[in-house]
Design a protein around this ligand. Structure first.
Ligand code: PGA
Length: 256
């Protein structure tokens, strides 16, 4: 497959102006790995600053509103993200589903708004530990895929699908140091790929399926080599260049 691996750092509600030095170091380091697409999603206050400071990596938001503008205090629209030069937005992260009660339908509307604004979109899905332990993981993720991805009308053409990624992030693996077993990741990515193909046809092959949940420099190589894994969404290990660049290196074919 001609896809470049996509390694995205999600800073969540972490970072400061001082932390932009880490982002600059990540940007410089990423220049050594031209066969990898690298990106960071900092908190909103840092996004415009980061955009001005980096040349190689992509920058994106961690959420967006469904509307382009209007009376929605505290929210940020996809159009605003595009306007300041963001490349993409993450929607439907499990922490937003948990903290803000986001439903699949809301996540879908956000994803569609982001596509309309010209952004890349990373739609997050993943089961809880209770759901995995009771054998429901694939069914839960399938339902999230069905409900959270842009509808067929919004994602009708292959060019748009090329801007869409799905991040499979088992909730129990996020921030816990408990990474999913590679076999389970492979099985879930295959199930997601089949679901996407059934829905979008051959063009679904343009979509990237990323793994997220406790990815670090030690486990990245095995995860990224697994069939169907086209990148990683990284939380804690994206906050410093020392932690993040080894993951980028693991995604590279190796000329370094
Ligand atoms: P983590 O977070 O790498 O800290 O587990 C991943 C994510 O939530 O995207």
């Amino acid at each position: 497959m001609a896809h470049r691996p996509y390694i995205v750092g999600n800073w969540k509600m972490n970072g400061s102006r001082a932390a932009l030095a880490e982002a600059r170091a990540i940007d410089r380091g990423a220049q050594r790995y031209k066969d990898v697409s690298v990106a960071l999603a900092p908190p909103f206050p840092l996004l415009g600053l980061l955009r001005e400071e980096v040349t190689t990596i992509g920058v994106g938001g961690q959420d967006c509103h469904t509307a382009a503008k209007g009376a929605h205090t505290g929210d940020v629209s996809a159009a605003m993200l595009a306007d300041i030069g963001a490349d993409f937005v993450i929607v439907g992260h499990s922490e937003r589903r948990r903290d803000h009660g986001e439903t699949d339908a809301l996540v879908q509307a956000k994803a569609q708004a982001a596509l309309v604004s010209g952004l890349g979109v990373i739609v997050c899905v993943g089961e809880t530990l209770a759901e995995r332990d009771t054998g429901q993981a694939e069914a839960v993720v399938a339902a999230q895929i069905d409900g959270s991805l842009p509808d067929d009308a919004a994602a009708h053409d292959a060019a748009l699908l090329g801007r869409l990624s799905v991040a499979y992030e088992p909730v129990w693996a996020i921030g816990t140091g408990r990474v999913a077993a590679v076999d389970d990741v492979v099985a879930m990515h295959a199930a997601i790929g089949a679901r996407l193909a059934a829905r979008f046809g051959d063009a679904a092959a343009k979509m990237r399926i990323l793994y997220g949940g406790s990815v670090n420099g030690d486990n990245a190589a095995a995860l990224l080599a697994a069939p169907g894994v086209r990148g990683a969404l990284v939380g804690g290990a994206s906050l410093t260049a020392d932690a993040f660049l080894p993951i980028v290196a693991a995604a590279s074919s190796g000329e370094g």
